[in-house]
Design a protein around this ligand. Sequence first.
Ligand code: SF4
Length: 280
Amino acid sequence: MITDKEIEKRLEEMFAQNYELLKLEGGHALTEAGQKDAFNQVLYYFRKLKEVAAKVTDTEVKLTLPDQKTPGNRSFTIEGIVDIVREDDEVWMYDIKTHDPFYVESNKHLYEKQLNVYAYIWENLRGNQLDHTAVISTVLPDALKEAAIANDGNRIQKELAHWKPVINIPYHEKNVKDTIYDFGLVVDNIEKHCFAPPPATVLDGKISGTNSKFATRICRNCDARFSCSSYREYAIKFQKGTTANFKQYYNDYGTDGEQEEFINASINLNKINIIPELPH
Ligand code: SF4
């Protein structure tokens, strides 16, 4: 039987292969520290959840709800991917998310909507049993990340034990119709090219369950911020309207260290793409 150590070694190889592939496909590179962070997420996720992983009976199950109609009478299909675990007499449905657990806990209603639709498809359209639905949050808690950086075995064990990545989400079938209707509204807005951003007051407010502002956590990573009216309004207010600070805010690409790491990663990526000259 394969040991945990062998599995971890294999994960390391698969991670490296996947990274090289994604880098070539997407043209984006990670710094060494970024790669280490990403691999740690995989590694500790495996260490924490290997028992659940070992029990997964159906992995990456594609669920489809076709032939839906939007309020504007447009046709659309809902698709989702989940993992299913059958244990003793019970069946669990898991949706894996890269969002942090505090955010998921504080915004359960958002996850509930999506999972309830998947549960509805699984149970009613496919005729399968379902007892529980849950989100698995793959983001490592800060304390665990710090313990990993310090390479402190005792602290890592302690933080792994504290970490609760599985968040139960209640299943209410009666909400499914409302959720499908909400999806329809989004489809109509996309088709009508209505992409209005939220008002600047939302950008200035904290995201529920976190200490971060919407503008810091979401907008700072959004390429559309340069042409976003709400972000402009927020930036002017935030910087009290001074032109110099406003420009500086718009040109915020992170700290000097972050920028240097980004440049180094891109240089390394370009090196990979150099095509060697053919011998004459
Ligand atoms: S900057 Fe991007 S994320 Fe922020 S409000 Fe505008 S469009 Fe949305």
